[in-house]
Design a protein around this ligand. Structure first.
Ligand SMILES: NC(=O)c1ccc[n+]([C@@H]2O[C@H](COP(=O)([O-])OP(=O)(O)OC[C@H]3O[C@@H](n4cnc5c(N)ncnc54)[C@H](OP(=O)(O)O)[C@@H]3O)[C@@H](O)[C@H]2O)c1
Length: 306
């Protein structure tokens, strides 16, 4: 059995690789360097050579503001590449587990968005992600689309890493105070992707769109203050810094962001898969960062000693 991860160098891709480290399956993890998904011919060649039974598509163009300036690049990675991948998976009887986003919604609703809510993206990124999930659902018989929320982890560029970097640089950090999100630990998402792939192979999950995001819903301001409190406790920042409330759609930002992108999953709990509490997982991510920092320090000491 072969499972393939595309976009394996990104945040979720790295969590998924970590999750599958002990797996007895043959895991092929391809970073952007190894496989440019917008190169149709190369992608088909790679897929034909490895014949995966499950493909986790973690590749995406995730630069929200830049996507307004270069929409064709966003569409080619987020919409056209998933469509070609879905065609291959359909023709080769493989499962495609594709990631989509809370930004397919407008944020005008007062409640969290469930799987049955109507999408209405406000940005090029959101529109390209919606087109990608539609193409996947229309093309591939064994398709699972997982829409997820505001991801954080110890890996890559994400709101948690950005916050800590800014807090170390300055005593004042700007944070949006008028945006409600579902902070989602990328590690928990990776775990669920593997669980879903296993269910899919056993024929125990129907194809379709699913929401998976952390709970409870929080403002980005609340997330930031909790993250700083815990980071201070773990010794990842020396001092508390001041959070300066700002509107999510500041003058100068190109893309329009939804004020409410909270997600709720109605379908996964029916299969025994429940949303993670982001506050608990936040501690785990910070602890992992602290452990890595310790490792980096001792490696540095060894380098100086030798
Ligand atoms: N991050 C969030 O808060 C969030 C929220 C909701 C949904 N999602 C969705 O979750 C998924 C994973 O997000 P993430 O946080 O892991 O994003 P990420 O860290 O930006 O990872 C995306 C990966 O895709 C790669 N990539 C870009 N263009 C590619 C191409 N043409 N061919 C192959 N790989 C390419 C990127 O490589 P380079 O860095 O070299 O470009 C990067 O390694 C995406 O579908 C995203 O839309 C993310």
């Amino acid at each position: 059995m072969t499972w393939m991860i595309t976009g394996a160098g990104g945040q979720v891709g790295q969590c998924l690789q970590q999750q599958l480290r002990e797996s007895r399956r043959r895991i092929i993890a391809l970073s952007h360097n190894a496989l440019d998904m917008t190169n149709d011919k190369l992608m088909t060649r790679v897929l034909n050579a490895s014949k995966p039974q499950v493909v986790f598509n973690c590749a995406a163009y995730t630069h929200l503001d830049k996507a307004e300036q270069e929409p064709e690049r966003a569409w080619s990675v987020n919409a056209h590449a998933p469509s070609a991948l879905a065609r291959w998976c359909n023709d080769n009887d493989a499962w495609l587990i594709h990631l989509s986003s809370d930004y397919v919604f407008s944020g005008w609703m007062a409640d969290a968005y469930s799987e049955s809510a109507l999408p209405c993206p406000l940005s090029e990124y959101g529109r390209s992600k919606l087109a990608g999930e539609q193409a996947v659902m229309e093309t591939c018989a064994k398709a699972i689309v997982i829409r997820t929320g505001w991801l954080f982890s110890q890996f890559g560029k994400n709101p948690l890493n950005d916050l800590l970097t800014n807090a170390r640089k300055s005593h004042k950090v700007d944070v949006a105070s008028d945006a409600y999100v579902s902070p989602t630990p990328a590690v928990a998402l990776a775990e669920v992707m593997v669980q879903i792939a296993n269910l899919a192979e056993q024929g125990r999950i129907p194809r379709g769109r699913y929401h998976f995001a952390g709970t409870p819903t929080a403002s980005t301001y609340l997330f930031a203050s909790e993250a700083l409190r815990q980071a201070h406790k773990f010794g990842l920042i020396d001092e508390y810094c001041c959070l300066v409330p700002k509107p999510i759609n500041q003058a100068g930002s190109r893309a329009t962001r939804p004020h409410n992108s909270a997600l709720i999953s109605q379908k996964l709990p029916e299969l025994g898969i429940y949303p993670p509490d982001w506050r608990i997982e936040l501690s785990a991510s910070l602890e992992a960062m602290k452990a890595r920092q310790g490792l980096d320090d001792s490696e540095l000491c060894q380098a100086f000693a030798s």
